[in-house]
Every structure is written in structure tokens, then in C-alpha cells.
Design a protein around this ligand. Sequence first.
Ligand code: MN
Length: 501
Amino acid sequence: MIGLSQFEMWFVTGSQHLYGDETLRQVAVNAEQIAVSLDQNSHIPVKVVFKPVVTGSQGISSICLQANNSPNCIGLICWMHTFSPAKMWIGGLSGLLKPFLHLHTQFNREIPFDQIDMDFMNLNQSAHGDREFGFIGSRLQLERKVVVGHWQEASVSAEIGTWARAASALLDSKKCRIARFGDNMRDVAVTEGNKVSAQVKFGYEVHGFGVGDFVAAVGEVDETAIDRLVAVYMDTYEVGKDLRETKSFAKLREAARIELGLKRFLETHDCTAFTTTFEDLHGLNQLPGLACQRLMADGYGFGAEGDWKTAALVRAMKVMGTGVPGGTSFMEDYTYHLPENGRALVLGAHMLEVCPTISRSKPALEIHPLSIGGKADPARLVFSARSGPALNATLLDMGNRFRLLINEVEVVDIDEQMPNLPVASVFWEPHPDLKISASSWIYAGGAHHTSFSQAVTTEQLKDFAEMTGIECLVIDQNTDLAAFRRELRHNHLYYGISISS
Ligand code: MN
């Protein structure tokens, strides 16, 4: 459902007329070589498109306006091969609505000691040209990412690729429509938020729909489509003999009907993320479990209990992690394992809705009663997550700003079996340890709902936060609780005086 190769990053090289045609021709040849090399680099999942060298304010403004109006342009890479007086950039950058990355590189890797002359010095001026460009970015208080290093270094292309994933998620977010079936669950605070502020910051629209309209779409699903989807279930998952042969099979068909109706509804309304709530299932006889799991696996953002902020975050992280091993899922810190001697662990799960992209093996398709909600027994995929590094991220509305909070974790294998647990689950050890992680998370107001990912990196999320101008806090191996609490206090002051949403 998601592809990043449709997106473009425009490579814009700055110079000026002063150097004459011959030097400018060489600037263009060198810049194109860098752009082509980055375009072919496997770290960068989007197209890198070379644009003609800009030498004056009109050309700069023109390229920035074209970028604004190009539906597939995620942003610019700017590089000053020579000096490019930065007053020329004020108009263009002030009007630029797409994010930009400042690549501080140099065409040549080393100085040709035996040949260097003033022609060489005139052409290869990034060391000071990029400083002039950097000044105007700071003077205009523009958010941007500065990447430093030779353009053939793997770390440079990796940083550009990271930024490109974040910028792709932002472009997708601006087009995203989130369908809400039912409101936030009553009295829950952290899943609330200002939808106007969210649209200003992230561009996405949040639309409420009547559950009855969703139920009507489910009712219109034809039986042959259900036959086909149930056959897909049988091929894709471990399905027990009891489910194949008992009256529960009717419930599985009902789950397939819900999935088809939900997907059709989202497609009709052009939505790429959605929320449900088990408190409002009017006319729907099962809580959508399997449907939510499979639609998440297809790339849809999802949030339970009306949590549209997490639905949008899951979608954004699905885009960021496209094509990378590991999955991304809606998640909840559910319950703890706190042995007297041994490592403290978190069991992450939800009532049903965990995405099978994080599964270690072929998920089991099962039907069990739900102990909450009073509806028919829903179908769900049961599995455990693959071990390794991962992270949890949550988005909070702090009143005057959004806060993105990230905790790096290690998913671990456990020896014990859980034969009576009828949902998908993940065991993780949070960094730096449960005590500091949970204290920091709680002081920061972090939610119980998160977007969990084995594919997305902290750096991608930090880039995303910076290009949207929101607060970002990270709990990782280096977190010191006292310093983290100081950062919270300093940020409170900073956002109180500088930015409001
Ligand atoms: Mn929940």
C-alpha cells in the first residue's frame, strides 16, 4: 500500500554569477554527479532529482515555489558548491513550505596539493559558502537538518536517507485523513487533543463517522468476497481444526465481512488511518480485531479507543519504515514482570489489535470470548514478537505544543509459555532500565498507547519532530533521570515563550 519511490527530493545547488560561465558549468556538472550518486544510493529510498544551479533570488524563489506545488516533492537538499550570497535566499526560503536539508559537503575529497591554484579555490568553496547559507537559515529561524561529510561517505547517505523517510512521512501526513468510529473512550485524558492544532502541525484531517454508516458498509459485503478472504486466512495463518470445523466458523466469516466492509469504507472516504472504540459498536456484532490487525499490516494507521493521535503516528511510522525489515504496530504497555531476582520486563499487548508485521512466526488465527464490551467472540491473530531492538513512541498534546516521546527498548525472548493468553504479545526491556524508563515516561506524561516499531529509528522520529517544529524527548541507554527532568523544565519554559500551536 505504501511506496516511497514515488517521492522526490530536489537537489538544489547555490552559486552566483560572479564566477563566470565556465566555473558555473563545472558547478553544474559536479552537482549533477552528486545528485545522481545519491539517487542511486540504497540508503536513500526516494528519488533524488537534480535541479539547475541557482545563481540569483528569482531562480531561488522559483524553485522553492515549484517545490511547494509539486505533489511528490518531499523537500530540498541544498548545497553551496561556491559562495552564494545568502540575501538571495531570503525570499525563497521564507516562502518554502517543504522541509529542507543542508548538505555540507565538498565535491573533491582531498586537496590536490601539487595542483591547487586560485581556479580550484574559486570552484571549491563549500567550506565557507555553506556557512553563509547556514547563517540565513539561523537568522530566519528555519528548521532544517545539517548533514556534514563527503557525499560518498556511507554515513552521509544514511543520514540523508533517514531524513528522507521522515520527510516522506510528513508529506503523507499532509494528505492523511483519519476516520473515527465513535469518540474517545469516556473520561480518558491522554487520547484527547486539539484536532485543529494537529492539522496545523501535521496536515492530517480527523473525520468522525457514524458507526451506523460503517455497519451499513459491512452489511453490503457479498458472500463470495467473504469466501475468497476466508481462503486467504486459511493460507496465511495457522488455523486450528476446531475453528475450521465448528460453529465458530460463522464468527470467522463475520470477521471477514467486517474487514471487507471496513476496508471498503476507508477506501471510499480516502482514509489511511482509523480509530475504533469498544464502547461504541452499535449494530456491529464483533469488536473488529482481525480487521484492525490486517489493515495495519497493509499500512493503515490505527488507534484504539478513539485515539486518533496514535492512529496518525502509526501511519507516519508505517511510511518511515517502508521496505525496512521489522514491523510497526499500535501498542500498549499492558502489564509488568517484576521478579525479585532478574530483569524487569514489560508485556506489551492490546485487547486484540496488534499488527502481525512484528510477529516472529506465522500467526495463529483464533476465536475467543472478550471479557469486556459484551459482544460476540471476536477473531484475532495470536503471536509473539521477534526479539531485537525496537522503540515505543507516543504523541501528546501538552496544551501549547505537541510532545513526541520515544523510548528505545530491547524485545526479548522468554522461556515461559502463556497458553491462556489469547492475544498477541511482546516482551521488552526498556532502556536504560524499567525504573528510569518508566519514571521518565511518567514525568513526561507519556501515554499508555504507543506506536511500537522494529523498523523506525529514533533519528527518523527526531527529524520528523524537527521538521514539524514539535517537542521531542528521548529515553535511551544514556538517559539520566535528573537530567531528563531538567530537560522537561527547560522545555516547559522554551515552549512557553517561543512557540504555540
Ligand atoms: Mn487501549
